[in-house]
Design a protein around this ligand. Structure first.
Ligand code: MLC
Length: 526
């Protein structure tokens, strides 16, 4: 019999010997054991299987789209989707109706799960997209999903899956303005989880008889919180202190009994603003990971001075999960500020020139990746997929960087920019093109340029420079107000300037670099 490569089979095989071992604890005192998660996900998987949804004609498994708040039951739902062989499609809780409508129409889910509060607004959109099974899940074990699942058995035979079979679709906004669904397989997720288990010292900790405690404060609708953090903890048989959202005070209070923490740079700058955040609070910690956005060298240094710990910065993306990481083993000094580290074992990373030839050490070029972690393509967008891969099968990350250079070891990758027009704000990716589309459609707008500007809290913040019509130019407040109802809050520009014209080069292209220079200090960063 061939091995079941369903990611859940791997997780199940790694469960602690004592099924009563704590898996998730919440700040309000709820405790879930590994057995609770296993049984709870079995019931939901049983319900999903009972729906009798078939694969599409092209073999794509049924999809389950999910926009719910963070809760242990939401973790069970994710695990249940894996077990039942569905493709899990997590959606940012900040997304508004127009965004959800697009995702539902694109991914055509067989099941849609949303919060009870948003049901009246979203159920009609799901139905319009052909999805009739809409259930709800609230933050406090409320909603119709758990009711539907309650009669099902707490045993469920995890559906057999091959490594290449689809496990999840993660939407990433696109440079053309249309979001693309990155298709990740059971093999992509499993291989990455196994590599990190080793590379970040979870296995060593286990072998030494320790039990990691992951302090989890990230959202669970993106790679970082859903895959990197959860898979690491589940494979390690760790316990997870599960915060519904990032609150620096709560994190500082929970740190003394934790061993691992993962966050975006904004988490670290906010933690450093807490007076109680010191060496004592971190005395049991063995690992702080930062990713999803560039970590400033100042933050890295300030953190080391304050806590005695060295943040481990790593590099990943929805299409590739994790690909490069600073080392965990070896002297902490081997984690180098402002670099993302070395390619993970089994992952190929290269830096190339525009003609595809390999860059020399220290020479800046485009970063490309290949390996078992790399996704198979964008959901139902074969042309887009073909554009993003080279003829010899490497994925073009869109990031620009170099190996080595300026006294750094040759094996270390440093990212210096992006070839795609992309803003990373507080760890969320925002594509200017998408926002410009919304702004340009507003009354009184002739055209717009959306740019990222340095921001003390979010690293970069979204801002817009808008050309208004001569007779009825819009006021900035009206633009912001209109956008708020349409798109997620983190995508709404935090500043808008209405101007007479945009600077253009001889080819007629808007010179965003000039705009970024002009407004560089808008958020008080020198
Ligand atoms: C919230 N706001 C943001 C924002 N988050 N604006 C810009 N960028 C963000 N990231 C908005 C709020 O809606 C609010 O708007 C205002 O800013 C102030 O909000 P806040 O209360 O300060 O924000 P908070 O709710 O505390 O959220 C901040 C945060 C959150 C940093 C905790 O953004 C967060 O959890 N980020 C993590 C993102 C993440 O997990 N990324 C991983 C992607 S995976 P208003 O208008 O109401 O005032 C990936 C791959 C990889 O990239 O390698 O990991």
């Amino acid at each position: 019999m061939t091995k079941n490569r369903n990611l859940y089979a791997l997780i199940e095989g790694r469960m602690p010997r004592d099924p009563a071992a704590v898996c998730i604890e919440t700040p309000d005192g709820l405790v879930y054991s590994y057995r609770d998660l296993h049984y709870g996900s079995a019931r939901i998987a049983g319900w999903l299987a009972s729906l009798g949804l078939a694969a599409d004609a092209d073999g794509a498994p049924p999809r389950i789209a999910v926009q719910v708040e963070k809760s242990p039951e939401a973790v069970m739902l994710y695990l249940a989707a894996l077990r039942a062989g569905f493709a899990y499609v997590p959606l940012n809780t900040a997304y508004q109706s127009a965004e959800i409508e697009y995702f539902l129409n694109d991914v055509k889910p067989g099941v849609f799960v949303c919060t009870p509060q948003r049901l009246p607004q979203l159920a009609p959109l799901a139905q319009k997209a052909g999805c009739t099974r809409v259930v709800t899940l609230g933050e406090r074990r409320d909603g119709s999903l758990l009711e539907a699942a309650a009669p099902f058995a707490d045993r469920f035979a995890t559906v057999p899956r091959a490594a290449a079979d689809l496990a999840a679709i993660l939407y990433t906004s696109g440079t053309t303005g249309r979001s693309k669904g990155a298709m990740l397989s059971h093999g992509n997720l499993s291989s990455n989880a196994l590599v990190l288990d080793e590379f970040w010292g979870f296995r060593e900790e286990r072998d030494a008889g320790g039990r990691d405690v992951l302090l989890h404060a990230l959202p669970i609708f993106h790679v970082h919180g859903l895959f990197v953090a959860l898979h690491a903890a589940l494979l390690a048989g760790a316990s997870i202190v599960f915060h519904p959202k990032f609150d620096p005070r709560q994190v500082v209070a929970a740190l003394p009994r934790s061993t691992v923490f993962m966050g975006v740079p904004t988490f670290y700058t906010r933690l450093l603003a807490e007076r109680q955040f010191d060496r004592r609070a971190c005395s049991h910690m063995r690992l702080f990971v930062s990713g999803s956005a560039p970590l400033l060298a100042e933050t890295f240094e300030a953190f080391r001075r304050r806590t005695g710990h060295t943040i481990l910065e790593r590099y990943g993306m929805s299409e590739t999960v994790m690909l490069v990481s600073n080392p965990y083993f070896g002297a902490p000094r081997e984690r180098i500020a402002a670099t993302v580290g070395v390619p993970l074992p089994g992952v190929g990373v290269r830096v190339v020139r525009d003609d595809g030839s390999a860059c020399d050490v220290g020479e800046i070029g485009k970063v490309e990746v290949r390996g078992p972690n790399v996704f198979s393509g964008y959901w139902r967008m074969p042309e887009k997929t073909a554009e993003e891969f080279t003829a010899d099968g490497w994925f073009r990350t869109g990031d620009v960087g170099c190996f080595g250079g300026e006294g750094r070891p040759d094996s270390y990758l440093t990212l210096v920019g992006r070839s795609k027009d992309l803003i990373i704000s507080g760890g969320y990716n925002v594509y200017p093109k998408e926002i410009e589309g919304y702004i340009d459609a507003l009354p009184g707008v002739v055209e717009s340029a959306v740019i990222g500007l340095p921001h003390p809290d979010f690293g970069e913040a979204v801002a817009a420079v808008v050309v208004g019509s001569r007779d009825a130019p819009p006021v900035p407040e009206a633009i912001v107000e209109k956008l708020r109802g349409q798109i997620a809050n983190f995508k709404v520009p935090k500043r808008v300037w209405v101007v007479d014209e945009l600077p253009r080069n001889a080819m007629g292209k808007v010179q965003k670099n000039l705009l970024r220079e002009r407004y560089a200090a808008a958020f008080g960063v020198a």
